[in-house]
Design a protein around this ligand. Sequence first.
Ligand code: PEP
Ligand code: MN
Length: 353
Amino acid sequence: MVIVMTPTATPEDIEAIVGLVGAAGGEAFVSRGVSRTIIGLIGDVERFAALNLGGQRGVAEVMRVSTPYKLVSRENHPERSTVRVGGVPIGPETVTLIAGPCAVETPQQTLAAAEMAKAAGATLLRGGAFKPRTSPYAFQGLGEAGLRILADVREQTGLPIVTEVVDAHDVPLVASYADMLQVGTRNTQNFALLQAVGKAGKPVMLKRGMSGTIDEWLMSAEYIAQRGNLDIVLCERGIRTFETATRNTLDVSAVPVAQRLSHLPVIIDPSHSGGRRDLVLPLTRAALAVGADGVIIDVHPHPEQALCDGPQALVTEDLPALAQTMQTFSPLMNRTLVSQTLCQSARPPQSLV
Ligand code: PEP
Ligand code: MN
């Protein structure tokens, strides 16, 4: 940690800081410049944070030199991580396509959407049984009945499932069905939920808060990691800006920034970013070009009847273009598109499981 003093700071102000830091068990190194003094601190940053150093007389600025997140930081873990979801990799060497309906509505609709996902080359199935809706009058999801549908569709298609959990109390239930737990944008700072998914023993997809900074997002990931779970995939899904032509503004910079700060994989959700079917493919191309480790995309057999997010769901006619985009862009980025055959050959034979 570094403290920059104001040009008018007195020797007493500087001594007061040195005294406070010493009393907190740290060491303070004072460098006097021509117009300003800088104090470098060594010791427990969390204890320094409690000293209100920024509020002391003569202090202009307090800066952290090391990142406040430790377990998810790349500082302590330079190699980028690969997270495996039911045998499917998400990481720096590959591109992973996750697709499925926004919400599980019926067994037929979920199976049809899963078949669409498969036709586009997806290796993981998305679908919400617990939906975090802005309006209490909107469809809230089928709950456990939806989880059972997902489990049946996994059985029928072989696709592992990614599904959202919205309440800490539901984590054991959702984790008993899911291959990956999704924490949505409205819950990125629901710390009790983050701690609960950290203990659930399943990989987690953590979306970025719609009004959250990248640092806040990584601190949320740290909550999960701190409970013993480092199998976390970050998902950029668009942020709130003044723009109203799109549902959210896709922050493509978040991918290389988060990948530089953290070893965790980073994927993009082009469906919830743009909120419009016609934007999904252009935003998917942007995601792959910027180095995302995967994309998560809404598909629906009958979006006009969808109970949630129909306008952004791809339809059957869009799937060849999606598959083509994934196949063309992945090698351009020196990555392998994760395919169903790749995952099957990587899985141990059933008799050994
Ligand atoms: C979703 O993926 O269905 C969802 C609710 O996403 P977000 O949390 O990004 O809005
Ligand atoms: Mn949705």
